[in-house]
Design a protein around this ligand. Sequence first.
Ligand code: K7E
Ligand code: CUA
Length: 672
Amino acid sequence: MYSRSHTPHWRRRSLLALVALVAVVSLIFTACSGSDEAAGDGSYASIIEERGFTDEQVAAALKTYMPSGEHDPYIMFASGGHSGQIFVIGVPSMRILKELAVFTPEPWQGWGFGNSGTMEVLDAGNVDGNEIRWADTHHPALSETGGDYDGEFVFINDKANARVAVIDLRDFETKQIIKNPIAINDHGGTKVTPDTDWVIQGGQYATPNGWEYSPTANYDEDYRGMVTFWKFDRSSGRIDEGASFAMELPPYWQDLCDAGKLASDGWVFCGSFNTERATGEGADGSGEPFEAGASARDNDYLHVINLDKAVEVAAAGNTFDVNGFPVVALQTSIDEGLLYFVPEPKSPHGADVTPGGEYVVVSGKLDPHVSVYSFEKIQQAIADQNWQPDPYGVPVLDFDAVLEAQVEVGLGPLHTEFDADGYAYTSIFLDSTVARWKLGPPYHDDGWTLEGTLPVHYNIGHLSAAEGDTVSPDGGFLVALNKWSIDRFFPPGPLLPQNLQLVDISQPPSADSETAGMQLLYDMPLGMGEPHYAQIIAADKLEPFEVYPEIGWDPAIMAVDPNAPQLGNERVERDGNNVEIWMTAVRSHFTPDQVTLQAGDNVTWHITNVDTSFDATHGFAIPAYNVNLSLEPGETATIEFVANQDGTFPFYCTEFCSALHLEMAGYMLVEP
Ligand code: K7E
Ligand code: CUA
C-alpha cells in the first residue's frame, strides 16, 4: 500500500529495484562487451544497447513506467487553458485520464448537449445574455482541510470572462459555474483558504465596477481593481453567492493571489502590476504601449489583505452594491485596516506562501530575484504604522522593514512551490529552468541560497510539486508546465503542443550535481489548450464513486431523483401537446424503443441507466436535435425540447457497451 512518508514505500521500493536493475544491466554490459550476441535478442540489455540509452535515461524510464493495471500514486489536476476544461493526469506515468468538462461542451461526457442538468450549469455562466461556451482556465485549486488537500472538490477560474467553477470529485462533474458580478476578467484565482471556507478570485485588467462604459481618460477615477471572496458551503457542495463579497481595489492590475496558512491564516496576498496605471498608446498613438507603460516603475504592490476582518466588515453590511453584489469600498478597506501594500520589484507575477505560512515568495518577471517577505515583519510594520500612502491612500509598508531575503534565481522568475525538505522550486521563464533553492529559518539555518537549476524545454510557466502548495508538501515529483516545446516533438503544423516535463526531485542537492539533484524524467506533449497551473494530489486521498450510489441518481443534486425512470415503470404520458417519457437503458436495450411524437410537442424525456456494473456507461444520441448524453451506471438525465422537425429519427447508444451495442437503438417518430 502506498504511504505518504517522506520517501513513500513504493518509491523506496522502486528505487531499490532501480539500483538492483542498473547493477544487473552494467554486469550484462560488462559480460557482453565486444560481443554481438546481445544485440537483437530482445533482452532489455540489448534494447538499451540498440537504442543507445544512457544509464540516466534507463533510470528515467523505469521511474515513470506503470505496468498495466497499476495505478499512479499521484493525480494531477491541470488547467486546460483555452479548452475551458481541466486535465486529469496520472503522475509519474503522465497518462491522461480525463479531460474533465467544465466551461466547454464535451460530447463524450454528454456535457452541454441536451442534458438539462449540464445546460443549467453552463447557462449560469452566460455573460450579458451571451452563451459563452469556452473559457481560459488558469488555476485549479483543490479543496483543503487544515491546509492540506482533502480530495473533495476542485475549483477553477476563467480568466477571459471572470467566472469560477466548482467540481465535485465524487463524480468528477462540474456542479456550478458562477459569473463574477463586478468584473469581466480575472486572474488571481482560484485559491482556497486552508479549510475551503473561501474561494479567492482576484481581478486582472481593471475596468469600472460592473464593467460599465467609461473612457480611459477617466482611468484613475472610474476604473477599479477587485478581489472577490466566494463563500463555499461544503455541505451543499456549492458556492453560496448570498454570503460572498468583493473588495474594491485601486485600478492596478491584480495578479496571482495566495491564501495565508498556519502562521498567516486569515490573510490573503495578491501580487499586482501596472501600478503605473498605464492605459496604452490610445487610438491617437499619444500614449505609451502597455508593455512599456506598465513596466515603468521599479516597484508594484503586493496586496496584503486581512480577510478575517474583511469578512466582519462585509457581514456588518459596510458595503456598497454593484449589480446586486456587496462590495467593500476602497476607502472602507483603508479606514478599517483591511488592505496594505508591500513594494515588490519589477512586474511581479507569482505570490506563493511557504508551507508554514511564515513567508510570501514573490517573483518579479523583470528581476532576477525572488523576494521573500516575512509575515511577522509585515505585522510589525502594520503595528508600527511604518508606511507611506499610495495615491489612493492605501498604506504602503516600508520595503526594508518587511523583506526577509532575496535570492538570485535567474532571469524571469514566475512561480514557486515547495517540497518536504525545506526547498523551494521557482520557474524561470526566460532562462527556461527550474531553480531549486533553500528556504531559511525555520526550514534551514543556512538558507536563502540557490542550490542549482535544471534546464527545461522551454519557457516554463507554472510548476507543480506533489502537494507542493499545502502545509505538508510531499516532494518526490515536480511537473514543469512549459509554454514552448519547439524541437521536442513532431510538429503537427505551426501550432505546437505544450510540454509538461516530469522532474524527479527526490534526491537531495549535491555539490557534484549540475542540476542540484533534480533529474528530468519525461516529456509529455499536451495539445489541447495551454495549461497554466496544476495541482498534484496523492491518489489515495481521492474517493470517487465507482458507480452512482443508487439507481436514478441525478448528478446535479447528488441524490436520487424521485421522478427518475426505474425498471418496470417506463412509460410515455401525453397531456395535450406536452409529452413526458420515462425510459430506461440497460445492456442492450432502451425501453421503450419507439417513441411517437407529433410535430410541435413539448417533450420532457427522462432516461435512467439501470446498469450497476463498473464502467457500464450508455450514451444516448438523437440526430438533428443536438442531443447527446452520457449515462454512467445508475445515472438519470432529463432532456427537454420542442419536437419542431417532423421525420424519422433513429436514436442509439453512443458507448460501445456490449456485444449487442449496435442493436441498442430505437426510433423517435415525429408525425407531421
Ligand atoms: Cu503564470 Cu495565469 Cu498563473 Cu499562466 S499564469 S503561467
Ligand atoms: Cu449501451 Cu452501447
